[in-house]
Design a binder for this molecule. Structure first.
Ligand SMILES: C[S@@+](CC[C@H](N)C(=O)[O-])C[C@H]1O[C@@H](n2cnc3c(N)ncnc32)[C@H](O)[C@@H]1O
Length: 287
């Protein structure tokens, strides 16, 4: 069953959320004025480059119209898992005439001119992390309850478990841009929001009967994840795993019931999520 996405704006979205997103745009525009970026980029050959940028942006949005969602899986009443991905670098920038999700590969020049460190702009981390979750047998078995992503600018959004995450970075980037501009994305002909910017803090969206487990390489509590999950998972508790989607730094551990390291080595977010899903599959006998 294939249903396409549609992007839907919402005029009366809560002011607080709009403010955070607007602040992002304002920051970028102010920085551009200071740096005189516009003139440089619109210089010789600039118009052709801008036209190409716009053509690509439109193409990315057109491609999104064909992205399907997965049909909901029966039996989702069994205990499930929730993921919170923190500090994702999803920041909008106006490069030339078009808005983009800034990334270190394509926008290094633009970022350096604004005295920003390109290495901090890694939206590929959250892309890989989401693919690790949504491709997992845990998700395919209907045990994924929700995914929350918090950007390092403080924008919080929810992704419904049956969304198909775009597999290419370009399409993913286009989807994130639309989400942060319009604040929600719905399926065509449906009212339900597949991706939706929501109010902070994330704790207000977590079930009361949940166990929140934060992951960090810096934690002194090094666990065997399979044993840990086997002991923590039960029929009446939802497990919430909090993983960082940034290149450097530590997650917010304020709301975590436990704070664990799962390896003696620093791992990528995607690797951690693969391990978590693997441990849950073992516990829940998902083959
Ligand atoms: C690239 S790391 C960020 C590095 C960060 N210094 C840290 O806290 O591990 C992305 C995320 O992967 C998780 N992570 C990486 N290595 C880990 C480990 N050995 N144990 C537990 N979590 C880990 C953390 O949630 C981290 O925020």
């Amino acid at each position: 069953m294939v249903r396409p996405y549609a992007v839907k704006g919402r005029k009366h979205k809560k002011r607080k959320i709009e403010k955070v997103v607007e602040e992002q745009k304002d920051e970028v525009l102010e920085a551009e004025e200071e740096e005189g970026v516009k003139e440089e980029e619109a210089g010789s050959g600039g118009e052709a480059a801008e036209a190409e940028d716009e053509r690509r942006a439109e193409e990315a949005v057109e491609q999104m119209a064909g992205i399907p969602i997965m049909p909901p899986v029966e039996g989702a009443k069994k205990p499930g898992v929730i993921f919170v991905l923190e500090k994702a670098t999803l920041e909008i920038g106006k490069v030339g005439k078009a808005f983009h999700i800034l990334n270190s590969d394509e926008h290094a020049h633009y970022l350096k001119k604004q005295n920003r460190n390109p290495a901090d702009y890694r939206p590929d981390i959250i892309h890989q992390a989401l693919l690790a979750i949504f491709d997992s047998p845990v998700t395919k078995a209907g045990r994924l309850q929700a995914v929350y992503v918090k950007t390092d600018k403080g924008v919080l959004f929810e992704i419904k478990p049956y969304v198909r995450i775009p597999r290419t970075f370009k399409r993913f980037s286009g989807l994130m841009l639309q989400l942060l501009q319009k604040l929600s994305i719905t399926a065509v002909g449906k009212r339900e929001k597949l991706l939706n910017v929501i109010k902070n803090p994330v704790t207000r969206h977590l079930p009361a009967n949940s166990r929140r487990i934060g992951l960090s390489y810096s934690s002194e509590k090094l666990v065997d994840l399979n044993n840990y999950v086997a002991a923590a998972a039960s029929d009446d508790v939802s497990l919430v795993f909090v993983v960082g989607a940034m290149a450097h730094g530590v997650i917010d551990k304020e709301y975590a019931d436990d704070f664990i390291a799962i390896s003696e080595y620093p791992l990528s977010a995607a690797c951690c999520l693969n391990r978590i899903c693997g441990a849950l599959e073992q516990k829940w006998r998902i083959r």
